[in-house]
Design a protein around this ligand. Structure first.
Ligand code: B16
Ligand code: MG
Length: 217
């Protein structure tokens, strides 16, 4: 029986990816490293430091600077990003998200947020949907980022449910891999090419529903 649904944030609850892109673009331009929306796809669901490594891979390489220098650049990116996400309001929920979160609660399902973003609590607060989550993973305490299952396992352990009773919702290839590695069913939102590991693929968050989740278990 379905007992819990675990949601990713960026690309599922809201489109914070656009702000991540804007902030990284500014940093990449400063370093004269080519960076466009297509390359940005690789950064989705990946940690802040690994995102910088991926950008450096497209330029002088990830071994071209010290950990201290990387830390300084990643912090600068985050300052730019934090300014941008101040603009987020409840209107920035992706289509159907408010409805499906309410329906999960009405249907007696437990819910958690599995975002590797350290800014997730602030964004959830800006969106006004904190009350719909029984648990939010603390990205700072998750050792291995997606595609490892750690963040999804942390969520279902906190909710006290088994992977076989849980569904995860993701928009990134690394995120779907993490859900599957956790032994859960995966709902992918996006193109079938990047969501090939998902148990069901939807083209928009507007198609998410408790019925879609229940059918998987
Ligand atoms: P931060 P998610 C992820 O969020 C983003 O998809 C990814 O692009 C970002 O690098 C990562 O959060 C870390 O974010 O720099 O704010 O800690 O998809 O797991 O909700
Ligand atoms: Mg995401």
């Amino acid at each position: 029986m379905l007992k819990a649904v675990v949601f990713d944030l960026d690309g599922v609850i809201t489109d914070s990816a656009a702000y991540h892109y804007e902030a990284w673009k500014q940093i990449a331009d400063e370093m004269s490293i080519p960076f466009d929306k297509e390359y940005n796809e690789r950064l989705k669901g990946v940690s802040r430091l690994e995102s910088l490594n991926l950008i450096l891979d497209n330029g002088p390489g990830r071994d071209s600077m010290s950990d201290e220098e990387k830390e300084e650049i990643a912090t600068r990116k985050n300052e730019v990003y934090k300014e941008l996400i101040k603009k987020i309001t409840p209107k920035d929920l992706l289509p159907g998200i408010g409805e499906v979160l309410k329906a999960c609660k009405a249907g007696g399902l437990k819910t958690a947020l599995a975002s590797v973003s350290k800014n997730a609590p602030y964004i959830i607060d800006r969106l006004g949907v904190g009350k719909y989550f029984d648990y939010m993973a603390d990205a700072a305490k998750i050792e291995r980022s997606k595609p490892f299952p750690d963040i999804f396992l942390d969520c279902i352990h906190a909710l006290g449910v088994d992977p076989s009773e849980s569904v995860g919702v993701e928009d990134a290839e690394a995120g779907i891999a993490a859900i599957k590695a956790a032994g859960m069913k995966a709902v992918g939102v996006g193109s079938p090419e990047s969501m090939w590991q998902a148990d069901v693929v939807l083209s928009s968050t507007a198609e998410l529903s408790v019925e879609v989740f229940r059918k998987l278990i």
